[in-house]
Design a protein around this ligand. Sequence first.
Ligand SMILES: [Zn+2]
Length: 400
Amino acid sequence: MQKDFELLASDQYSKARRGRLKTAHGMIDTPAFMPVGTQGSVKGVSPRELRELNAQIILGNTYHLFVRPGLDVIKHFGGLHNFMSWDGPILTDSGGFQIFSLAKLRKIADEGVEFQNHIDGARAFISPEVAMEIQAALGSDIAMVLDECVPYPCEYDYAARSAEMTTRWAKRCKRWKQENTQRSTPNAQRRTEEETVSQLSTINSQLLFGIVQGGTFQDLRRASAQAIVELDFDGYAIGGESVGEPEEEMMRAVESAEPSVPADKPRYAMGLGTPPQLLEMVARGMDMFDCVLPTRLARNGTAFTSTGTLNLKNSEFALDKRPIEENCACSACREFTRGYIRHLIKAEEILGLRLITLHNLHSYLNLMSRARTEIERGTFDQFRKAFVAQYETRDAAEIE
Ligand SMILES: [Zn+2]
């Protein structure tokens, strides 16, 4: 069996790992941060700029793309890579998280989820099999199983039943992949030959990650991890985090699941977090991350630096000639002052938002690159402790 994930180094003092994951559109060095391209676009940033930022992989949201522009449009353009002009790896989520958080739910049952989308209220049905079909049509390099993400707080019984359903859904996703990988061309009469060939090559090369659920309950997290690992996926995600629970619950959920997840597979902590949280998750054996904070908070003027966040709207920056962060190599910091960017944000100029977004993405991507180097050198644990100790969240209310 070919090996997609290779462990290159492990930290002696924590569970941090330095690895490399092979996908159909290139290698991903881990720990890795994945900028979020919700609607087929990382907000305000072009694929050329993403390459300049050394983004290795981006995330596409299945639910958003399914609702708008719809699969027919994306198929017409030959898949998501071609549609958005990004030739690097793409991970797509299953759509589950957005169905549960954005859409108007009609019915959740074992067969799947019936919902009305948040754009025009049209009804749709997504089952584990449909989620796999959509992700095959998008042509992502890494697909995720359909799961139910329970809210916080959540009753024990509901979290238990939900995690069991997520396991049954994961099994069906896995079966769908097996059946569609093995198939040669029996369905050719239903599709054009070209479409069948491209779909098949996508399905064959697409990695499939399972998702561990279980809410904030340690025994449920453990049981969910064991059940999902038994199904044997290409990687494992810890889902249902960063849904409003306290940070210690978030850490505990990962700590409960991690020992059951095999060391030779990539681990993805979904939807996290602040820079210190990412390093804490790396120290707990996580390899991949996605988070909307760097792009979302840029919109209200918040910049991430290695010593904490800055809100560039504050009047203290009006005459400040320094860059957002001293010694930062990003294009915003090389050319522009805090005072100028503050002016752009106050005047609601699009450039202001773009410059902070570029800096924030650089900051997250650079943090993971630094973590990789520190793990290789055997100094990750000192680095993490020093970083977390000096990091200050100045506008705590904004980091939610
Ligand atoms: Zn910068």
